[in-house]
Each structure stands twice: as structure tokens, then as C-alpha cells.
Write a protein that binds this ligand. Structure first.
Ligand SMILES: CC(C)(COP(=O)(O)OP(=O)(O)OC[C@H]1O[C@@H](n2cnc3c(N)ncnc32)[C@H](O)[C@@H]1OP(=O)(O)O)[C@@H](O)C(=O)NCCC(=O)NCCS
Length: 189
């Protein structure tokens, strides 16, 4: 496991994520990506985001510690896209989070720096990130790191239970599941 330490006080260390970091990362994300603050981030944050990233991109999943205490994380990946017979390589910051106890100490900056250095080693020429348009802290942070060209992305949702056709299908499937569960209960008695 590689370790990179900054010469500042308090001591901020950035290292690769390990298996024991899965739970702390998940719980910090639950705290940061709340439904009230950032509904679009909240909807997609779950334990699979963390364990999946650890399984597929462990070298691009980093943890920051302050004086040995867990303080933040970055989960990223590399995306290759073929265009005009050439492969474009992007790195993508899926998730970045720093514990509120340690905000404005430069921790996110160090996590992003280490992440970018690693992805350059894998051929990345562009770094992508996205976030909720109301997330001013993140937008200011990434702008301060030189990220540009923001594009608004529109999220739409369809409440299936209110839809004329899908609502009926949903009721039918629920009834069916209940009937099967009832039959199994009777069969086991
Ligand atoms: C965005 C976030 C990662 C920044 O982490 P951080 O470690 O506090 O950031 P840094 O200390 O490296 O900040 C570097 C610079 O970014 C800008 N910045 C960071 N947080 C800011 C904020 N809340 N408001 C305005 N600017 C901010 C500032 O220019 C700052 O430099 P300064 O402190 O010298 O003014 C953190 O606020 C966070 O975890 N937010 C919730 C999760 C999230 O939104 N993640 C990103 C989307 S997945």
C-alpha cells in the first residue's frame, strides 16, 4: 500500500483504500450526500458504490487521514472511449467527500491531486466530475482546481404508482408476490 505524506501540520496522509475503509466511507457519504441537501447524489449513494469501486478500481480509490484519523475519500475510475480510430482516456471522479470536522484544510485538494497523478500514469488526458447544481462548495472547490466548462444535466423521475399503466402493473406484481408468499406460508404449515 503506497503512502504519500504532506509536510504540514496537522499531518494529512493520502493512501489507497483498504477493505476496512468500506464502512467508514459509506457512513461519511450517508452524512454528506443527504436527501435534503443533494437529492440527486443521495439517490445514487449506497454501499455498492463503495464496495463496487473497491472491487473494480482499488488503485483509484484513496483515503485521507489527519493525524491518523479517517478524514475523507475519493472514488474514481478510468473511462476509455474510441473516437476517430483513437482512444480518448478520461478519468472520472465518481465521489469525493471530506468529513465536516476537517473541511478547508486542503484535504479534498490533496485527494484530487493524488488521483489525477495516478490517472495520468494510466493515460488520462481529461478529468471529469459531476455534482448537484446546488452544490456550491463542490463547484467552488473544483473551479479552484481549474475545472471548467460546466454543463447543466437534467434529472427527471417518474412515479410508477401514479402512472396509469405502470401503476396497475405495480399493483398486479405486488398482489402476485403476496399471493405467492401466502401460498408458501400455507404450504409450510
Ligand atoms: C467539496 C468538499 C469535498 C471540499 O473539501 P475540503 O477538503 O474542505 O476542500 P479544500 O480544503 O481542499 O478546499 C480547497 C478550496 O476549494 C474551495 N472550497 C472548498 N470548500 C468550499 C466551500 N464550502 N465554499 C466555498 N469554497 C470552497 C476554496 O477555494 C478552498 O480554498 P480555501 O479554503 O483556501 O478558500 C467538501 O466540502 C465536501 O465533502 N462536501 C460534501 C461532499 C461533496 O459535495 N462532494 C463533491 C461531489 S461528489
Amino acid at each position: 500500500m503506497s503512502e504519500e505524506t504532506a509536510n504540514s501540520h496537522p499531518e494529512i496522509t493520502v493512501r489507497e483504500m483498504g477493505i476496512d475503509d468500506i464502512a467508514p466511507i459509506f457512513h461519511l457519504g450517508e452524512q454528506l450526500f443527504s436527501s435534503e441537501l443533494y437529492p440527486s447524489l443521495y439517490r445514487t449513494w449506497d454501499e455498492w458504490e463503495v464496495s463496487g469501486a473497491y472491487n473494480t478500481d482499488s488503485d483509484l480509490c484513496l483515503v485521507a487521514e489527519v493525524d491518523g484519523r479517517f478524514a475523507g475519500f475519493i472514488l474514481g475510475t478510468i473511462v476509455e472511449k474510441k473516437a476517430d480510430k483513437k482512444f480518448n482516456v478520461y478519468s472520472y471522479i465518481r465521489w469525493l467527500g471530506v468529513s465536516p470536522d476537517f473541511h478547508r484544510l486542503g484535504i479534498a485538494g490533496k485527494l484530487v491531486d493524488r488521483f489525477i497523478e495516478r490517472t495520468i500514469g494510466q493515460g488520462a488526458e481529461t478529468v471529469l466530475m459531476d455534482t448537484d447544481p446546488s452544490n456550491e462548495a463542490a463547484i467552488n472547490f473544483f473551479t479552484s482546481k481549474g475545472f471548467k466548462n460546466p454543463r447543466q444535466h437534467v434529472y427527471l423521475s417518474l412515479n410508477l404508482s401514479e402512472h396509469e399503466y405502470y401503476g396497475k402493473l405495480l399493483d398486479y406484481e405486488r398482489d402476485r408476490a403476496e399471493r405467492i408468499a401466502g401460498m408458501l406460508r400455507r404450504y409450510r404449515q
